[in-house]
Design a binder for this molecule. Sequence first.
Ligand code: SF4
Length: 144
Amino acid sequence: MLRDLENPKYTISNAAKLLNISVHTMRMYEREGLIIPFKKESGQRLYSDNDIERIRCIRTSINEEKLNIQGIRKILSLIPCWTIVKCSESDKINCKAYSSSVKPCWMYNHKDNICKDKNCRECEVYHSLGTCESIKNKIKELLF
Ligand code: SF4
C-alpha cells in the first residue's frame, strides 16, 4: 500500500491539475528544493500520491500559515538527517547539511560523505517527511 502511494504516475500537468496550481509553480518548487520528482531517462518528471500530499503541505504552509519558501527550507534543514542515515563522525565533518541550517540536506552536493551516491528521492529522510505531520512524527520518533 505504502509502495503504491510512492509510485510515480502523474505527469507534471496532471499533478498540477490535481493541485489546482500551474506547471510553472510545480517547477519552481523543484528548483527551490522542496520536491524531488521521479525523472524518467527521457527527463520527463512523474509524481506519486505522496508527492501530491507533500505539495499540499507546502501550499498550506504558504497560503494559510504564511511561511515563505526560505522558511520551509529552513524547517526541512532542521531534520536530523545524520541520525536517520546514521552518519559517522567523519561523514558529519564533511557534510554541509550537518553544519548549516539554511536548506534541506538533499540540496547540497555531497561529494565525500555517506550520501555521495545516494538517490535522495528514495532516501528515508526525503520520502518519510512528506507532510507537516510526518515531519513532526519523525522528530518525536527520533527523540523518544
Ligand atoms: S541521501 Fe539525500 S536525502 Fe538522504 S540524508 Fe543524504 S542528502 Fe539527505
